[in-house]
Design a protein around this ligand. Structure first.
Ligand SMILES: [Zn+2]
Length: 106
């Protein structure tokens, strides 16, 4: 079975984010995992090692598929799989390993 790639460098088309009217509604319909984040959520992008605000996401089209990608595109081509939430102690869980990433020490 073909697996979706979130890391393709062959980005065909980029959607102007202004064309997406209700970004929360877009996430609700297109977010590939169960727990849809809020636009105000802060997540850590493992791809560019940066805290991002979910509502700043961008969207790109590869073939017929739309992909939610990092706000730092094209500098970063990370996708939602790279977005990590911190736990109550300020750690993110990367493959079972807890890493403390300070929001202040950028
Ligand atoms: Zn990123």
């Amino acid at each position: 079975m073909a697996q979706k790639s979130y890391y393709s460098h062959n980005l065909k088309k980029h959607i102007n984010i202004n064309e997406i009217g209700d970004k929360q509604d877009y996430l609700n319909k297109n977010y590939p995992f169960k727990n849809v984040p809020k636009l105000t959520d802060k997540v850590f992008c493992l791809h560019c090692d940066t805290w991002i605000t979910v509502g700043d996401f961008k969207v790109t089209i590869i073939g017929d598929e739309e992909y939610i990608i990092c706000p730092n595109y094209p500098k970063c081509d990370g996708g939602v799989m790279d977005w990590m939430y911190e736990d109550y102690e300020g750690n993110i869980n990367v493959n079972g390993e807890l890493i403390n990433v300070s929001k202040d020490g950028n």
